[in-house]
Design a protein around this ligand. Structure first.
Ligand code: SAM
Length: 353
Protein backbone atom coordinates (compact mmCIF):
# COMPACT_ATOMS: atom_id res chain seq x y z
CA UNK A 1 0.00 0.00 0.00
CA UNK A 2 1.24 3.49 -0.79
CA UNK A 3 -0.20 5.69 1.94
CA UNK A 4 0.55 9.20 3.23
CA UNK A 5 2.56 9.70 6.44
CA UNK A 6 0.41 8.99 9.48
CA UNK A 7 0.63 10.93 12.76
CA UNK A 8 3.29 9.65 15.15
CA UNK A 9 2.25 7.32 18.00
CA UNK A 10 2.85 8.27 21.60
CA UNK A 11 6.25 7.62 23.13
CA UNK A 12 6.76 4.33 24.97
CA UNK A 13 6.11 4.94 28.66
CA UNK A 14 8.81 4.24 31.23
CA UNK A 15 8.78 0.86 32.97
CA UNK A 16 6.33 0.80 35.86
CA UNK A 17 7.47 1.26 39.44
CA UNK A 18 6.84 -1.47 41.94
CA UNK A 19 3.91 0.08 43.77
CA UNK A 20 3.11 -2.80 46.05
CA UNK A 21 6.52 -4.27 46.70
CA UNK A 22 6.00 -7.33 44.49
CA UNK A 23 8.18 -6.57 41.50
CA UNK A 24 9.51 -9.16 39.07
CA UNK A 25 13.14 -9.35 37.94
CA UNK A 26 12.53 -6.49 35.51
CA UNK A 27 10.84 -4.22 38.04
CA UNK A 28 7.33 -4.91 36.78
CA UNK A 29 4.54 -4.80 39.30
CA UNK A 30 1.82 -7.43 39.59
CA UNK A 31 -1.36 -5.51 38.88
CA UNK A 32 -3.68 -7.49 36.59
CA UNK A 33 -5.00 -11.01 36.76
CA UNK A 34 -6.77 -12.70 33.87
CA UNK A 35 -8.82 -15.67 34.91
CA UNK A 36 -9.91 -18.34 32.47
CA UNK A 37 -13.10 -19.94 33.75
CA UNK A 38 -13.32 -22.60 31.05
CA UNK A 39 -11.19 -23.99 28.22
CA UNK A 40 -14.34 -24.62 26.15
CA UNK A 41 -15.71 -22.33 23.50
CA UNK A 42 -18.72 -22.47 21.19
CA UNK A 43 -16.67 -20.87 18.37
CA UNK A 44 -13.81 -22.47 16.48
CA UNK A 45 -12.02 -19.33 15.33
CA UNK A 46 -9.51 -20.51 12.79
CA UNK A 47 -6.69 -18.46 14.36
CA UNK A 48 -7.42 -19.61 17.93
CA UNK A 49 -9.17 -22.99 18.17
CA UNK A 50 -8.90 -24.55 14.71
CA UNK A 51 -11.38 -27.40 14.21
CA UNK A 52 -8.67 -29.78 13.04
CA UNK A 53 -7.17 -29.61 16.55
CA UNK A 54 -10.18 -28.77 18.73
CA UNK A 55 -12.52 -31.28 17.09
CA UNK A 56 -14.95 -33.84 18.48
CA UNK A 57 -12.17 -35.92 20.01
CA UNK A 58 -10.43 -33.08 21.79
CA UNK A 59 -10.15 -33.72 25.51
CA UNK A 60 -11.38 -30.61 27.31
CA UNK A 61 -11.11 -30.27 31.08
CA UNK A 62 -13.63 -32.15 33.19
CA UNK A 63 -15.86 -30.12 35.47
CA UNK A 64 -14.08 -31.36 38.58
CA UNK A 65 -10.77 -30.15 37.17
CA UNK A 66 -11.99 -26.56 36.96
CA UNK A 67 -11.39 -24.25 39.88
CA UNK A 68 -14.69 -23.74 41.67
CA UNK A 69 -16.02 -20.22 42.15
CA UNK A 70 -15.02 -20.44 45.80
CA UNK A 71 -11.46 -21.38 44.83
CA UNK A 72 -11.28 -18.55 42.30
CA UNK A 73 -12.60 -16.09 44.87
CA UNK A 74 -9.92 -17.16 47.32
CA UNK A 75 -7.18 -16.75 44.72
CA UNK A 76 -8.44 -13.27 43.88
CA UNK A 77 -8.40 -12.32 47.55
CA UNK A 78 -4.76 -13.42 47.83
CA UNK A 79 -3.80 -11.71 44.57
CA UNK A 80 -5.38 -8.52 45.83
CA UNK A 81 -3.11 -8.67 48.84
CA UNK A 82 -0.24 -8.55 46.36
CA UNK A 83 -1.62 -5.46 44.68
CA UNK A 84 -3.85 -6.78 41.89
CA UNK A 85 -6.34 -4.07 40.95
CA UNK A 86 -7.86 -5.45 37.79
CA UNK A 87 -9.50 -8.78 37.00
CA UNK A 88 -10.52 -9.93 33.54
CA UNK A 89 -12.72 -13.02 33.28
CA UNK A 90 -12.02 -14.90 30.09
CA UNK A 91 -11.63 -18.36 28.55
CA UNK A 92 -12.44 -20.26 26.29
CA UNK A 93 -15.79 -18.58 26.16
CA UNK A 94 -16.56 -17.44 29.72
CA UNK A 95 -20.30 -17.19 29.15
CA UNK A 96 -20.55 -20.94 28.55
CA UNK A 97 -19.55 -21.53 32.19
CA UNK A 98 -22.75 -22.18 34.12
CA UNK A 99 -23.94 -19.56 36.59
CA UNK A 100 -21.03 -17.25 35.82
CA UNK A 101 -23.10 -14.40 37.24
CA UNK A 102 -22.58 -15.95 40.66
CA UNK A 103 -18.80 -15.63 40.33
CA UNK A 104 -19.17 -12.03 39.15
CA UNK A 105 -21.31 -11.32 42.20
CA UNK A 106 -18.66 -12.82 44.47
CA UNK A 107 -15.85 -10.78 42.91
CA UNK A 108 -17.89 -7.58 42.77
CA UNK A 109 -17.81 -7.67 46.56
CA UNK A 110 -14.59 -5.63 46.23
CA UNK A 111 -15.99 -2.45 44.78
CA UNK A 112 -12.55 -0.97 44.09
CA UNK A 113 -11.70 -3.90 41.81
CA UNK A 114 -11.73 -3.13 38.09
CA UNK A 115 -13.78 -6.14 37.02
CA UNK A 116 -14.29 -6.91 33.36
CA UNK A 117 -14.86 -9.81 30.98
CA UNK A 118 -14.00 -10.78 27.40
CA UNK A 119 -16.58 -12.66 25.34
CA UNK A 120 -17.31 -13.63 21.76
CA UNK A 121 -20.73 -12.04 22.28
CA UNK A 122 -22.74 -15.05 21.13
CA UNK A 123 -24.65 -15.40 24.42
CA UNK A 124 -24.47 -11.79 25.47
CA UNK A 125 -27.89 -10.59 24.39
CA UNK A 126 -29.55 -12.77 27.01
CA UNK A 127 -26.92 -12.36 29.71
CA UNK A 128 -25.89 -8.69 29.62
CA UNK A 129 -28.44 -7.49 32.14
CA UNK A 130 -27.74 -10.26 34.65
CA UNK A 131 -24.00 -9.69 34.37
CA UNK A 132 -24.47 -6.00 35.05
CA UNK A 133 -26.80 -6.67 37.98
CA UNK A 134 -24.22 -9.09 39.38
CA UNK A 135 -21.69 -6.26 39.44
CA UNK A 136 -19.73 -6.53 36.19
CA UNK A 137 -18.48 -3.07 35.26
CA UNK A 138 -17.36 -3.27 31.66
CA UNK A 139 -17.13 -5.76 28.85
CA UNK A 140 -15.01 -6.53 25.79
CA UNK A 141 -16.62 -8.25 22.82
CA UNK A 142 -14.60 -9.91 20.07
CA UNK A 143 -15.80 -9.27 16.53
CA UNK A 144 -13.48 -9.80 13.59
CA UNK A 145 -15.60 -8.59 10.69
CA UNK A 146 -18.90 -7.02 9.70
CA UNK A 147 -18.83 -9.05 6.53
CA UNK A 148 -21.16 -11.91 7.43
CA UNK A 149 -19.51 -14.41 5.13
CA UNK A 150 -16.03 -13.59 6.41
CA UNK A 151 -17.15 -13.64 10.05
CA UNK A 152 -18.94 -17.00 9.69
CA UNK A 153 -15.81 -18.45 8.08
CA UNK A 154 -13.52 -17.04 10.79
CA UNK A 155 -15.59 -18.32 13.72
CA UNK A 156 -16.01 -21.56 11.73
CA UNK A 157 -19.35 -22.42 13.33
CA UNK A 158 -21.37 -20.31 10.91
CA UNK A 159 -22.31 -17.77 13.58
CA UNK A 160 -23.83 -14.59 12.08
CA UNK A 161 -22.57 -11.05 12.69
CA UNK A 162 -25.98 -9.66 13.58
CA UNK A 163 -26.23 -11.74 16.75
CA UNK A 164 -22.93 -10.37 18.05
CA UNK A 165 -24.10 -6.86 17.22
CA UNK A 166 -27.26 -7.54 19.23
CA UNK A 167 -25.08 -8.65 22.12
CA UNK A 168 -23.06 -5.43 21.90
CA UNK A 169 -26.27 -3.37 21.92
CA UNK A 170 -27.56 -5.30 24.92
CA UNK A 171 -24.28 -4.73 26.79
CA UNK A 172 -24.41 -1.00 26.11
CA UNK A 173 -28.07 -0.83 27.14
CA UNK A 174 -27.24 -2.67 30.37
CA UNK A 175 -24.52 -0.11 31.18
CA UNK A 176 -21.47 -2.33 30.63
CA UNK A 177 -19.71 0.65 29.21
CA UNK A 178 -17.60 1.66 27.46
CA UNK A 179 -17.99 -1.53 25.44
CA UNK A 180 -14.67 -2.48 23.89
CA UNK A 181 -14.66 -4.41 20.65
CA UNK A 182 -11.66 -6.54 19.71
CA UNK A 183 -10.89 -7.24 16.07
CA UNK A 184 -8.00 -9.58 15.32
CA UNK A 185 -6.67 -8.60 11.91
CA UNK A 186 -5.26 -11.30 9.68
CA UNK A 187 -3.79 -10.35 6.34
CA UNK A 188 -5.77 -11.56 3.36
CA UNK A 189 -8.64 -12.70 5.61
CA UNK A 190 -10.34 -9.65 7.17
CA UNK A 191 -7.97 -6.72 6.66
CA UNK A 192 -10.25 -5.35 3.93
CA UNK A 193 -12.87 -4.75 6.63
CA UNK A 194 -10.84 -2.53 8.96
CA UNK A 195 -12.09 0.87 7.80
CA UNK A 196 -15.66 -0.39 7.60
CA UNK A 197 -15.44 -1.60 11.20
CA UNK A 198 -14.05 1.79 12.26
CA UNK A 199 -16.81 3.63 10.43
CA UNK A 200 -19.51 1.39 11.87
CA UNK A 201 -18.55 1.82 15.53
CA UNK A 202 -17.47 5.47 15.28
CA UNK A 203 -19.71 7.76 17.29
CA UNK A 204 -21.40 4.94 19.24
CA UNK A 205 -19.36 5.35 22.41
CA UNK A 206 -17.70 1.95 21.92
CA UNK A 207 -13.92 1.53 21.68
CA UNK A 208 -12.82 -0.59 18.75
CA UNK A 209 -9.38 -2.16 19.16
CA UNK A 210 -7.38 -3.76 16.39
CA UNK A 211 -5.22 -6.67 17.49
CA UNK A 212 -2.22 -7.94 15.57
CA UNK A 213 -2.53 -11.65 14.85
CA UNK A 214 -0.24 -13.33 17.38
CA UNK A 215 1.71 -16.58 17.54
CA UNK A 216 -0.07 -17.73 20.68
CA UNK A 217 -0.26 -21.45 21.28
CA UNK A 218 1.09 -23.96 18.81
CA UNK A 219 -1.85 -24.75 16.59
CA UNK A 220 -2.88 -21.65 14.68
CA UNK A 221 -0.31 -21.86 11.88
CA UNK A 222 0.99 -18.35 12.59
CA UNK A 223 3.31 -16.73 10.07
CA UNK A 224 4.69 -13.22 10.13
CA UNK A 225 3.25 -12.55 6.70
CA UNK A 226 -0.27 -12.90 8.18
CA UNK A 227 0.36 -10.02 10.56
CA UNK A 228 -0.84 -6.57 9.54
CA UNK A 229 1.32 -4.11 11.52
CA UNK A 230 -0.74 -1.58 13.46
CA UNK A 231 1.19 1.25 11.75
CA UNK A 232 -0.34 0.15 8.48
CA UNK A 233 -3.82 0.16 9.99
CA UNK A 234 -3.32 3.60 11.54
CA UNK A 235 -2.46 4.94 8.11
CA UNK A 236 -5.36 3.23 6.37
CA UNK A 237 -7.87 4.55 8.92
CA UNK A 238 -6.34 8.01 9.15
CA UNK A 239 -6.66 8.43 5.40
CA UNK A 240 -10.45 7.96 5.56
CA UNK A 241 -11.29 8.98 9.13
CA UNK A 242 -8.59 11.33 10.50
CA UNK A 243 -7.20 10.28 13.89
CA UNK A 244 -4.63 11.52 16.40
CA UNK A 245 -2.80 9.79 19.27
CA UNK A 246 -4.01 10.04 22.87
CA UNK A 247 -1.99 9.71 26.07
CA UNK A 248 -2.28 6.30 27.76
CA UNK A 249 -4.70 6.10 30.69
CA UNK A 250 -2.02 4.43 32.76
CA UNK A 251 1.45 2.96 32.36
CA UNK A 252 1.25 -0.54 30.98
CA UNK A 253 -1.99 -0.05 29.06
CA UNK A 254 -2.04 -2.70 26.35
CA UNK A 255 -3.77 -0.75 23.60
CA UNK A 256 -2.21 2.32 22.05
CA UNK A 257 -5.00 4.91 22.10
CA UNK A 258 -6.06 7.12 19.19
CA UNK A 259 -9.11 9.34 18.73
CA UNK A 260 -11.05 10.70 15.79
CA UNK A 261 -10.16 14.31 15.15
CA UNK A 262 -13.86 15.16 14.79
CA UNK A 263 -14.41 14.17 18.43
CA UNK A 264 -16.52 11.13 17.63
CA UNK A 265 -14.67 8.66 19.81
CA UNK A 266 -11.62 6.54 20.40
CA UNK A 267 -9.98 3.47 18.89
CA UNK A 268 -7.01 1.37 19.98
CA UNK A 269 -4.23 -0.76 18.54
CA UNK A 270 -2.76 -3.78 20.28
CA UNK A 271 0.60 -4.42 18.67
CA UNK A 272 2.15 -7.30 20.53
CA UNK A 273 4.08 -8.39 17.44
CA UNK A 274 5.44 -5.17 15.96
CA UNK A 275 5.67 -3.03 19.12
CA UNK A 276 6.21 -5.41 22.01
CA UNK A 277 4.99 -4.08 25.35
CA UNK A 278 6.72 -6.61 27.62
CA UNK A 279 8.53 -3.78 29.44
CA UNK A 280 5.27 -2.63 30.97
CA UNK A 281 3.45 -5.96 31.28
CA UNK A 282 1.88 -6.33 34.72
CA UNK A 283 -0.38 -9.30 33.88
CA UNK A 284 -0.60 -12.79 35.32
CA UNK A 285 -2.95 -15.47 34.04
CA UNK A 286 -4.76 -18.19 35.92
CA UNK A 287 -5.96 -21.10 33.81
CA UNK A 288 -9.32 -22.74 34.38
CA UNK A 289 -7.64 -25.57 36.29
CA UNK A 290 -5.53 -23.30 38.45
CA UNK A 291 -2.20 -23.11 36.64
CA UNK A 292 -0.59 -19.70 36.99
CA UNK A 293 1.23 -18.26 33.96
CA UNK A 294 3.28 -15.11 33.86
CA UNK A 295 3.25 -14.65 30.08
CA UNK A 296 0.70 -15.22 27.32
CA UNK A 297 3.44 -17.04 25.40
CA UNK A 298 4.53 -19.29 28.25
CA UNK A 299 5.28 -22.97 27.85
CA UNK A 300 4.85 -23.81 31.53
CA UNK A 301 2.72 -22.74 34.47
CA UNK A 302 2.67 -23.26 38.24
CA UNK A 303 0.02 -25.50 39.72
CA UNK A 304 -2.08 -23.84 42.43
CA UNK A 305 -5.02 -26.24 42.40
CA UNK A 306 -3.04 -29.03 44.09
CA UNK A 307 -1.99 -26.59 46.77
CA UNK A 308 -5.54 -25.36 47.31
CA UNK A 309 -7.09 -28.83 47.29
CA UNK A 310 -4.27 -30.20 49.39
CA UNK A 311 -5.40 -27.93 52.23
CA UNK A 312 -2.72 -25.21 52.01
CA UNK A 313 -3.29 -22.14 54.13
CA UNK A 314 -3.49 -18.60 52.78
CA UNK A 315 0.10 -17.83 53.80
CA UNK A 316 1.48 -20.76 51.81
CA UNK A 317 -0.50 -19.91 48.68
CA UNK A 318 0.35 -16.26 49.01
CA UNK A 319 4.02 -17.07 49.36
CA UNK A 320 3.97 -19.13 46.16
CA UNK A 321 2.31 -16.28 44.25
CA UNK A 322 5.10 -14.00 45.44
CA UNK A 323 7.77 -16.53 44.54
CA UNK A 324 6.41 -17.01 41.01
CA UNK A 325 6.10 -13.29 40.38
CA UNK A 326 9.41 -12.17 41.83
CA UNK A 327 11.22 -14.75 39.67
CA UNK A 328 9.43 -13.66 36.51
CA UNK A 329 11.71 -12.68 33.64
CA UNK A 330 9.39 -13.17 30.62
CA UNK A 331 9.72 -10.92 27.60
CA UNK A 332 8.65 -13.21 24.79
CA UNK A 333 7.39 -10.56 22.39
CA UNK A 334 10.71 -8.73 22.56
CA UNK A 335 12.65 -11.82 21.51
CA UNK A 336 10.13 -13.39 19.09
CA UNK A 337 11.56 -15.01 15.99
CA UNK A 338 10.24 -17.50 13.45
CA UNK A 339 11.92 -20.15 15.63
CA UNK A 340 10.32 -19.12 18.95
CA UNK A 341 6.96 -19.06 17.16
CA UNK A 342 7.28 -22.84 16.83
CA UNK A 343 7.66 -23.47 20.58
CA UNK A 344 4.94 -25.55 22.26
CA UNK A 345 3.35 -22.57 23.94
CA UNK A 346 0.20 -22.94 25.96
CA UNK A 347 -3.01 -22.41 23.97
CA UNK A 348 -4.82 -19.11 24.36
CA UNK A 349 -8.16 -20.87 24.74
CA UNK A 350 -6.72 -22.64 27.80
CA UNK A 351 -4.78 -19.82 29.40
CA UNK A 352 -7.34 -17.13 28.65
CA UNK A 353 -7.09 -14.22 26.24
N1 SAM B 1 -14.02 -16.34 23.91
C1 SAM B 1 -13.71 -15.02 24.32
C2 SAM B 1 -13.61 -14.11 23.14
O1 SAM B 1 -13.82 -14.54 22.02
O2 SAM B 1 -13.36 -12.94 23.34
C3 SAM B 1 -12.50 -14.89 25.22
C4 SAM B 1 -11.28 -15.69 24.91
S1 SAM B 1 -10.45 -15.21 23.42
C5 SAM B 1 -9.07 -16.32 23.48
C6 SAM B 1 -9.81 -13.64 23.85
C7 SAM B 1 -9.33 -12.78 22.71
O3 SAM B 1 -8.16 -13.34 22.16
C8 SAM B 1 -10.31 -12.60 21.57
O4 SAM B 1 -10.48 -11.23 21.29
C9 SAM B 1 -9.61 -13.30 20.43
O5 SAM B 1 -9.95 -12.74 19.20
C10 SAM B 1 -8.16 -13.08 20.78
N2 SAM B 1 -7.25 -14.00 20.11
C11 SAM B 1 -7.32 -15.33 20.04
N3 SAM B 1 -6.30 -15.84 19.33
C12 SAM B 1 -5.55 -14.79 18.93
C13 SAM B 1 -4.37 -14.65 18.15
N4 SAM B 1 -3.74 -15.71 17.63
N5 SAM B 1 -3.88 -13.42 17.94
C14 SAM B 1 -4.51 -12.34 18.46
N6 SAM B 1 -5.62 -12.40 19.21
C15 SAM B 1 -6.14 -13.61 19.43
Amino acid sequence: MNLPEAPQPRATPAPPKALHGLADTRGRDLRDLRISVTDRCNFRCTYCMPKEVFGKDFQFLERTQLLSFGEIHRMVRLFRDHGVEKIRITGGEPLVRRKLERLIEMLAYWDDLDLTLTTNGSLLKDKARDLRSAGLKRITVSLDSLDDEVFRAMNDVDFPVHKVLEGIDAAAAAGLTPVKINMVVKRGVNDHDVVRMARHFKGQGHILRFIEFMDVGATNGWKMEHVVPSRELVQAIDRKLPIEPVEPNYTGEVAERWRYKDGSGEIGFISSVTQAFCRTCTRARLSAEGQLYTCLFATQGTDFRSLIRGGAGDAEISELIARVWTRRADRYSEIRTAETAKLRKVEMSYIGG
